[in-house]
Design a protein around this ligand. Structure first.
Ligand code: NAD
Ligand code: UDP
Length: 316
């Protein structure tokens, strides 16, 4: 197959490029390098079945030749990034998704939207099931990301219902692993970087909010299984091993073998406003319909991620 991956130079997108190439397909990564980097795909330079196109998907997307699959990952998913770039975040979720869907329609390609657990907002149902419609504040700081992804889901379903495009929607829960940007502000690179440097781990507020972390290889397996299936409604993909952020900080310190301490701080920007109190995926649909389950233990995934950051930050 010939596959386009928008956001292909990003963290998740670059791993998807690798895995589709390994499976024998032809891959085109499209990215404007806003939060991604060509470092993530440098090892693919010169690969006969790989191509990189530097393009902003909020503008009309032109790809020569046939396409069988369009996977739309371009986005600004870190809370720090979408606070800094609120309008680009809204544009890539809305205009970018519109262009990517238009391309899929024109090429008669199957389309996948990388959606997010943020569509559930600060959820009132726990764990989150796909049938839950969410609790999102449209005018809060997270609204730019959450609402753009909710709009993207609605647009995806409209292209499916009105134009008959084959569509898939994956709701991704917190995913981590090598190739995350060291300074993207998300909790995993923050804590691992701090632990490696022997700095205090910055736990926001009292650290009682929860998250459940999925290793990137597991996520990529789930996305590929969904893309190969006939499941049209949204599917959660994540690891249901939920823990509080302060417990996560303790685990990172232990795995890294660091003598860092934990410091409790309240960021002076809007970063933690509407920050979901509890988040954990219900993966009944993914396991029942796709036969998919996460395989990688948090401790093992953190070790691999810490090894990556150790090299990346020159701390070997
Ligand atoms: P990332 O920032 O590493 O990747 C996003 C990529 O999109 C970057 O390479 C960026 O340069 C590119 N991009 C942004 N705007 C663009 C534009 N206008 N045109 C072209 N490219 C553009 O983040 P990621 O963690 O790899 O996220 C990938 C996808 O998964 C996103 O859609 C995100 O919303 C979704 N997701 C990720 C997580 C997670 O925990 N990693 C959780 C939920 C959802
Ligand atoms: N967080 C934290 N310290 C940090 C970064 C994040 O305590 O240095 C918290 C944040 O408030 C949130 C959780 O960790 O409750 C996960 O944050 P992240 O930015 O990774 O993404 P989110 O899951 O909120 O989208």
């Amino acid at each position: 197959m010939r596959i386009l991956i928008t956001g292909g130079a990003g963290f998740v997108g670059s791993h998807l490029c690798d895995r589709y190439l390994e499976a024998g397909h032809e891959v085109i990564a499209m990215d404007n390098l806003k939060t991604g980097t060509t470092d993530n795909i440098a090892h693919l330079a010169g690969h006969p079945r790989f191509q990189f196109i530097n393009h902003d998907v909020t503008n009309y997307i032109y790809v020569a030749g046939d396409l069988d699959r369009v996977l739309h990952l371009a986005s600004l998913p870190s809370p720090v990034d979408y606070l800094n770039y609120p309008i680009q975040t809204l544009k890539v979720g809305s205009l970018g998704t519109h262009n990517a869907l238009g391309l899929a329609l024109a090429k008669k390609a199957r389309f996948l939207l990388a959606s997010t657990s943020e569509v559930y907002g600060d959820p009132l149902v726990h764990p989150q099931v796909e049938s839950y419609w969410g609790n999102v504040n449209p005018v809060g700081p997270r609204g730019v990301y959450d609402e753009s992804k909710r709009f993207a889901e609605a647009l995806t379903m409209a292209y499916h219902r009105y134009h008959g495009v084959e569509t898939r929607i994956v709701r991704i829960f917190n995913t981590y692993g090598p190739r995350m940007r060291a300074d993207d502000g998300r909790v995993v690179p923050n804590f691992i970087g701090q632990a490696l440097r022997g700095e205090p781990l910055t736990v926001y507020d009292r650290g009682q909010r929860t998250r459940a972390f999925c290793y990137v290889d597991d996520l990529v397996g789930g996305i590929m299984a969904l893309m190969g299936s006939n499941v049209e409604g949204p599917v959660n993909v994540g690891n249901p091993n939920e823990l509080s952020i302060v417990d996560f900080a303790r685990l990172v310190i232990e795995v890294v073998g660091s003598d860092s301490e934990i410091t409790f701080i309240t960021p002076d920007d809007e970063r933690t406003r509407d920050d979901p109190k509890r988040r954990c995926p219900d993966i009944t649909r993914a396991s029942g319909l796709l036969g998919w389950q996460p395989q990688v233990e948090l401790r093992d995934g953190l070790e691999k991620t810490a090894a990556y950051f150790r090299t990346k930050l020159g701390l070997d």
